[in-house]
Design a protein. Structure first.
Length: 73
């Protein structure tokens, strides 16, 4: 996991910081709409894309948009 504080404080990594570190790395790798993805090392290091505002995958955004665009649920 990842953390934003030194390990000397007795607390290790946690899910919150790990999630946001990986999300930031995913956004960095993506490189934006018109740019080539940036992947350090092997292609196996590529993370799944994440939405910069909602921190979920684009397929989840699409599913939510489809669901909430219907007249009845």
């Amino acid at each position: 996991g990842f953390t934003d504080r030194p390990k000397a404080d007795g607390r290790g990594s946690d899910l919150y910081h790990t999630c946001y570190c990986l999300s930031g790395l995913s956004l960095f790798q993506d490189g934006g709409q018109d740019q080539t993805p940036i992947i350090c090392g092997d292609d196996d290091n590529k993370l799944r894309n994440t939405h910069p505002l909602f921190n979920i995958g684009p397929e989840c955004i699409r599913d939510a948009m489809n669901y909430y665009s219907q007249e009845t649920h």
